[in-house]
Write a protein of this length. Structure first.
Length: 209
């Protein structure tokens, strides 16, 4: 494949964390197109299934959007979703201090799970998906630690009310699974899905050599 040409890639997200993770492995999306989907869990829906459904819904919504844009009509679409859960209870993407405080108190001193899914739609319309489960345990958080973290504002918009790649990294006693999945995009799964469908994920590595 010529180094001057590659198929286009659309990241179905406006998340700076997901973009940074792709850039970390040399992948530069051609466009960031966030998907507007209802993220409310269905009645009785398991956290794992919620992550998979939302990743698929985001990919499909963006795929329909770019079909009308000539410059992106033949692009790969990559979408992901991350769900933080304690048991079968799905924690919100905290938007208020009260929500974040509730999440942190619930996570303090106990284990929880982060379910992520990555979904790819190829230029030919083929769907591929992978799911990832990661287990974490937080230390016992003091009231002072919770209040200080809330004051940082880092929790805003984050699933479970925390960002593992930031200050909350000091809370994690144990992590079993995929760190990048907890940040927002399971890189191993994303790269292998794209590569398996013909996207030249390592082209920039060769160009940099």
């Amino acid at each position: 494949m010529s180094a001057s040409w590659r198929p286009k890639l659309v990241l179905a997200s406006a998340s700076p964390r997901r973009l940074a993770l792709l850039q970390q492995v040399g992948i530069e999306p051609d466009a960031l197109v966030p998907a507007d989907v209802d993220e409310t869990p269905l009645r009785g829906e398991k956290p794992r299934d919620l992550a998979r459904r939302l990743a698929r819904d985001k990919a499909e919504a963006v795929h329909k959007m770019i079909e009308r844009r000539e410059e992106l009509a033949s692009a790969f679409v990559l979408a992901a979703d991350t769900v933080v859960a304690v048991g079968r209870r799905v924690l919100p993407k905290a938007e208020t201090v009260e929500e974040a405080a509730q999440c942190l108190r619930l996570l303090s001193g106990r284990g929880h799970r982060v379910y992520s899914a990555v979904h790819v739609i190829t230029p030919r319309g083929k769907h591929r998906q992978r799911g990832v489960e990661t287990r974490l345990r937080f230390k016992n958080l003091s009231q002072d630690e919770i209040e200080s973290y809330l004051a940082s504002g880092e929790w805003r918009g984050k699933a479970g009310g925390y960002a593992i790649q930031g200050l909350a990294g000091a809370f994690a006693v144990k992590l079993v699974g995929s760190y990048t999945s907890v940040v927002g995009l399971p890189l191993y799964e994303a790269v292998n899905l794209l590569a398996g469908e013909g996207y030249p994920v390592r082209l920039t590595w060769l160009n940099a050599a």
